[in-house]
Design a protein around this ligand. Sequence first.
Ligand code: ZN
Length: 143
Amino acid sequence: MRLALDEAGQAVRGGDVPVGAVVLSPDGTTVLASGHNEREATGDPTAHAEVLALRRAAAALGEWRLTGCTLVVTLEPCTMCAGALVQSRVDRVVYGARDEKAGAAGSLWDVVRDRRLNHRPEVVEGVLAVESAGLLTEFFRDR
Ligand SMILES: [Zn+2]
């Protein structure tokens, strides 16, 4: 989560909301990929931290299935990212702050644990939540 927070900090430089993500290998010892929000920086509406980290992890492994992997992200994933997480077959999603307005991993929706889907990653929430939310509060206060 510390690495994800470092990534989140980098988003601010491009004018993006500070959200960062990392993908860990199945044994949890290697960071396969990382990403931060790049919507403003790239003009890409899908350039959320999680999507970028998943794409890079898949490229690093040479396949789209990220079975056994863990995605760590500073903010609760949105519906798009929750969908991408299910599609990538990651085993675990760890997030920091809840997103009561748009979260899709327990707050507003729970796409990742929807029983109608055949793949449901384990969800761990609230890891360094105060630090994760603090970055966002600071970012929006300075605007
Ligand atoms: Zn998202």
